[in-house]
Design a binder for this molecule. Structure first.
Ligand SMILES: Nc1ncnc2c1ncn2[C@@H]1O[C@H](COP(=O)(O)OP(=O)(O)OP(=O)(O)O)[C@@H](O)[C@H]1O
Ligand SMILES: [Mg+2]
Length: 260
C-alpha cells in the first residue's frame, strides 16, 4: 500500500444539478488516462445510481458491510472486537468493485428509520484509510449539507460545485460554498455550470459576485438526454461529444491543481 495521500475531489451541488452524470463522465476520462489508481465513491445514499451510469454491478454496499460489522461485534467477546476493528478495512474492501481502470464503492441506503450519521462516519473512515491505496478519490456526494457539515469530506483537496443554470441552483451553490469554507480544508473550490443553453451572462455575473471561479461550463447535451430516456449508461457516450470534451477540460484543470 502506498502511504502517499491521495488527491481527493468531492462533487457537490443541488439535487438534480448533474453531479452523477459529471462524476460518471469524469471517471471515464480519468480511467482512460491509465495513469492513476482511481477510487470512485457513490456517497449518495438516496439517489445512488453512479454504478448504473458506469455499467458497474454493485453486489454489496458500504451499508451492508456496516450491518455485518455491527452483527459480528454484538456477538463477539472483547478480544474479538479488537480483531474486528483491525478487520474493518478488510471487510470494506469486500464492498469495493474493482474495474479494469477504477474501483467503485457505493454507500447504499440504511434500512429503517434513523439518521445517516453512523453511515457517514464509516464513510469518513473509509475516505481517510482505504483511499490511501489510491492516487485519486472522486466522491459523488449527496445533495444537501449533511456530508459537508458532518465533516465527512473535510480532508478534500478540490471541491466542485455543480449548478444548473437556474438562479435557485446558484443560491444553493452559495450556501454550499459558505459551508465548505466552514467545515472543510479544501485547497481549491469552483463552480461548474451544467446544462448550459442560451445566454447565461446573468449567471456568470452572479457567480462572479460570489467570488468563486467557474471551473467550466457544460452544455445541455441531447446524447445524455437520449441515454437517460433509454436507461443506458454514460459508457455509450462518444468521446467526441461536446459534453465529454467540456468535462475533459475541467478534469485537466483539476489535475493541474494536483501537480502544483
Ligand atoms: N449536461 C447535461 N445535458 C443533458 N442532461 C443532463 C446533463 N447533465 C445532467 N443531465 C440529466 O439531468 C438529470 C439529473 O442528473 P444527475 O442524476 O447527474 O443529477 P444529480 O445532481 O446527481 O442528482 P441527485 O441529486 O438526485 O443525485 C438526469 O436525468 C441527467 O441525465
Ligand atoms: Mg446523483
Amino acid at each position: 500500500m502506498s502511504q502517499k495521500k491521495p488527491y481527493i475531489i468531492a462533487v457537490i451541488g443541488k439535487g438534480g444539478s448533474g453531479k452523477s452524470v459529471f462524476c460518471a463522465i469524469s471517471i471515464m476520462i480519468i480511467a482512460n488516462m491509465k495513469r492513476f489508481k482511481l477510487f470512485a465513491v457513490d456517497a449518495d445514499p438516496t439517489h445512488s445510481h453512479l454504478s448504473d451510469l458506469l455499467d458497474v454491478k454493485i453486489d454489496k454496499s458500504l451499508e451492508a458491510i456496516r450491518k455485518e460489522i455491527i452483527k459480528t461485534a454484538a456477538q463477539g467477546r472483547e478480544s474479538g472486537k479488537i480483531k474486528l476493528a483491525e478487520d474493518i478495512d478488510y471487510l470494506v474492501y469486500n464492498a469495493i468493485v474493482e474495474n479494469k481502470d477504477f474501483s467503485l464503492l457505493a454507500v447504499g441506503l440504511p434500512e429503517g428509520p434513523g439518521c445517516f450519521c453512523p453511515a457517514n462516519s464509516l464513510l469518513k473512515k473509509v475516505i481517510s484509510s482505504i483511499s490511501l491505496d489510491f492516487d485519486i478519490v472522486l466522491i459523488d456526494c449527496e445533495a444537501g449539507l449533511e456530508q459537508i457539515s458532518r465533516e465527512v469530506i473535510s480532508n478534500v483537496d478540490t471541491i466542485i460545485i455543480i449548478s444548473d443554470i437556474s438562479v435557485r441552483s446558484i443560491e444553493t451553490a452559495k450556501t454550499l460554498l459558505q459551508n465548505s469554507k466552514k467545515f472543510t480544508k479544501y485547497k481549491h473550490i469552483g463552480i461548474v455550470v451544467n446544462r448550459v443553453r442560451g445566454d447565461i451572462s446573468y449567471l456568470r455575473k452572479k457567480i462572479n459576485d460570489m467570488n468563486i471561479p467557474i471551473f467550466g461550463e457544460i452544455p445541455e447535451d441531447d446524447n445524455v438526454i437520449k441515454l437517460d430516456i433509454e436507461g443506458k449508461s454514460m459508457r455509450n457516450l462518444s468521446f467526441d461529444t461536446s459534453i465529454y470534451k467540456s468535462i475533459e477540460k475541467i478534469i485537466q484543470k483539476v489535475l493541474d491543481f494536483m501537480y502544483h
